[in-house]
Write a protein that binds this ligand. Structure first.
Ligand SMILES: Cc1cc2nc3c(=O)[nH]c(=O)nc-3n(C[C@H](O)[C@H](O)[C@H](O)COP(=O)(O)OP(=O)(O)OC[C@H]3O[C@@H](n4cnc5c(N)ncnc54)[C@H](O)[C@@H]3O)c2cc1C
Length: 633
């Protein structure tokens, strides 16, 4: 009897979950997705080959796979599992639980940079979009210009993403207070609800819908052709296989070796068609790591790990950068409604101001380690800095069960530096793809980064003194800056030793309380590791398309641009095409078919929207493919 009622209870629960998740979806239905198969289901014996093998089903990898599969046979290999049916991924209120899960199969893999900052990388289909804070904002125009992209085409490409996974937030009181506080503090004008990057204050998009349900890059796979698209989960690619036959001009990527969920070794190969390619979209940590493990990188580094050199390139793993974030904790009278990022202040001083609040609202999340959003005061700071490792953080999380709910009451204002000038590097720890490499970001090594941080904290201080914020605070009248800085130092959970002058020297405060907003990038820079078309320099049949290629994080938050990069490169690749001379009609035709991601734009005069010259960067992306000769491998 008990069993029956429990079964009935779960059915009801499942039904309610289904209603909730289906309510949150606009056009998306999981039934439209291609089958998501475990890697062990893949049989090498079948000798199936692919036009494209994509490593990493993340923010760039999923839209790439979807768009490429319109015409080509695509294999997408993702090391993590499915985001569907996982409440820690799907619901905003569980954002922190997902990050706090440090089990081997967690969708979020923690790592600590040598700087002492606890960080996270995605390990799940959808990549960063399955674990992130959801804020959606397009790149700034200077980023697009510096990247050498065509601004018009870029702007026409974002809507393909936006109509599928982006929503407008119902702005929460904490975010509304930030909006009004920013304006009162002079971060103006108010630009309203917009995806565009404009100086002043705005409300941006979010991949959480009005019910708090997360839409991810994995949803974009529903736009692919299921007959052409094979998606394998728990498929960890260890190595790219090259044809390095003597006499060939360049080593050519021909396949990959990967492990399935049981540790079984598998291989997958490209077709012999001209232009077939491996595309690495394993993220800013995973892509340089995989290139190194495959023999592309600094000779010394490869030799240290007994990896045979396929191609010497000193730049792989270099130029790693993370936008330093410093946050100010503000205790509040009442627990504010939970919110992730919805509002942003884009200052003229190269700093972005964002906010988050109320992480005690979900009964499940109250006792979790909340990373940068940790609102409980002084707990971790009781552990001597040198002993603050992941194990002590876990212990601390466990002890939180005894804390009263009130200590979680508050919110944060976050100050993030745009385009840090300090850079670091990534080197291998060992040859296991599952191990995190050693990553160094060198936060604030460049003095300009430090002075911008100070500018950011001063801006936050002005916001805190506005009426909109002092109304929220516990004492009703606002707190002296020094008290708030002190509280923020003790609430901070990086592993950097603290100093007694943290609340009097803003420089010291910045250095000691730096954390991440997870916008790290680099390791496979354009011009150093990949060319302008994202082809790996010195080999053929291999591209990298993801955050590792970025020299700077685009806009205030990168996911919009990383998804856009994936969709547009996928739409552009056309190995069956002719020469660039023929591109007039052909590429405009191709443009009709694929490049304008938003269907409504297809109705318009494409010649006006995209004159030939403006297509250059996309056409070039396909030109490499056309240059390969049939049967090259
Ligand atoms: C906690 C968090 C919060 C964030 N908040 C925001 C935000 O609010 N707004 C915003 O714009 N950005 C945010 N970001 C940043 C943004 O999500 C990332 O910059 C972006 O997702 C990176 O995309 P990517 O394609 O480069 O890598 P990813 O999306 O990480 O994709 C890489 C994929 O490759 C897989 N992979 C790696 N190695 C292998 C391998 N060897 N074999 C097979 N698969 C492999 C990974 O599992 C992963 O799925 C956040 C990030 C995090 C982690």
């Amino acid at each position: 009897m008990a069993l029956i009622s429990r079964g009935f209870f779960f059915k009801i629960l499942a039904f309610l979950c289904f209603i909730r998740s289906s309510q949150g979806r606009n056009h998306f239905n999981t039934l439209d997705l291609p089958s998501l198969m475990k890697a062990s289901s893949f049989s090498t014996i079948k000798h199936e080959t692919y036009d494209y093998i994509i490593v990493g089903g993340g923010t760039a990898g999923c839209p790439l796979a979807a768009t490429l599969s319109q015409k080509y046979r695509v294999l997408l290999l993702e090391r993590g599992g499915s985001p569907y049916g996982n409440r820690n991924i799907s619901y905003l209120e569980n954002f922190h639980i997902c990050l706090a899960d440090d089990s081997p199969n967690s969708p979020s893999q923690a790592f600590i940079s040598t700087d002492g900052v606890i960080n996270a990388r995605a390990r799940v289909l959808g990549g960063g979009t399955s674990v992130n804070a959801g804020f959606y904002s397009r790149a700034d125009s200077s980023f697009v210009q510096d990247a050498g992209w065509d601004a018009e085409l870029v702007n026409q490409s974002y809507p393909w993403i936006e109509e599928r996974v982006v929503h407008w937030p119902n702005i929460s009181p904490w975010q509304a207070a930030l909006r009004d506080g920013l304006l009162e503090a002079g971060v103006s004008p108010y630009n309203g609800y917009t995806y565009d990057h404009l100086f002043g204050t705005k409300v941006g998009g979010t991949i959480f819908d009005e019910t708090g349900y997360r839409h991810t890059a994995a949803d974009l796979l529903a736009a692919g052709n299921p007959n052409n698209l094979r998606v394998l989960l728990h498929a960890s690619v260890n190595r790219i296989i090259f044809n390095t036959e003597q006499g060939k001009r360049k080593p050519r990527a021909i396949g990959v070796e990967f492990k399935d969920e049981n540790g079984g070794n598998k291989h997958a190969f490209l077709t012999r068609n001209k232009g077939s390619e491996i595309i690495v979209s394993a993220g800013a940590i995973g892509s340089p790591q995989l290139l190194l493990l495959s023999g592309i990188g600094p000779r010394k580094e490869l030799k240290k790990h007994n990896i045979s050199v396929v191609l010497r390139n000193e730049h792989v793993g270099k130029g790693m950068s993370d936008n330093p974030l410093n946050s100010i904790f503000i205790p509040t009278k009442n627990a504010p409604k939970q919110s992730l990022i919805e509002t942003v202040g884009i200052t003229e001083g190269g700093v972005f101001i964002e906010a988050s609040s109320g992480f005690s609202q979900s009964p499940d999340s109250i006792h979790c380690h909340h990373g940068i959003m940790s609102a409980e005061i002084g707990q971790l700071s009781t552990i001597p800095p040198k002993q603050r490792n992941l194990a002590s953080v876990q212990n601390y999380v466990h002890n939180k069960y005894s804390l009263p709910k009130e200590v979680f009451s508050g919110g944060f204002i976050l100050s993030k530096i745009d385009g840090p000038l300090s850079t670091g590097n990534l080197v291998l720890v060992d040859t296991d793809i599952n191990s995190n490499p050693t990553v160094t970001f060198n936060y604030f090594k460049h003095p300009k980064d430090l002075s911008r941080c100070v500018y950011g904290i001063k801006t936050v201080d002005r916001i805190l003194k506005t009426n909109h914020f002092s109304n929220f605070t516990l004492n009703g009248g606002g707190y002296p800056t020094e008290i708030l800085l002190n509280m923020s130092v003790t609430a901070n959970i990086n592993l950097i030793p603290k100093h007694t002058n943290d609340s009097t020297s803003l420089e010291q405060f910045c250095r000691d309380t730096v954390v991440t907003i997870w916008h790290y990038h680099g390791g496979c820079h354009v011009g150093k590791v990949v060319d302008q078309q994202y082809r790996v320099i010195g080999v053929s049949g291999l591209r990298v398309i993801d955050g590792s290629t970025l020299f700077r994080s685009p806009g205030t938050n990168p996911q919009a641009t990383v998804m856009m990069m994936g969709s547009c490169h996928g739409a552009a690749a056309d190995p069956q095409g002719g020469t660039i001379d023929q591109c007039d009609e052909m590429w405009l035709g191709h443009y009709h078919e694929h490049l304008v991601c938003a269907p409504e734009l297809r109705q318009t005069d494409d010649r006006r929207i995209a004159p030939l010259a403006t297509l250059a960067w996309i056409v070039e992306a396909g030109s490499d493919a056309r240059n390969h000769t049939e049967g090259e491998h």
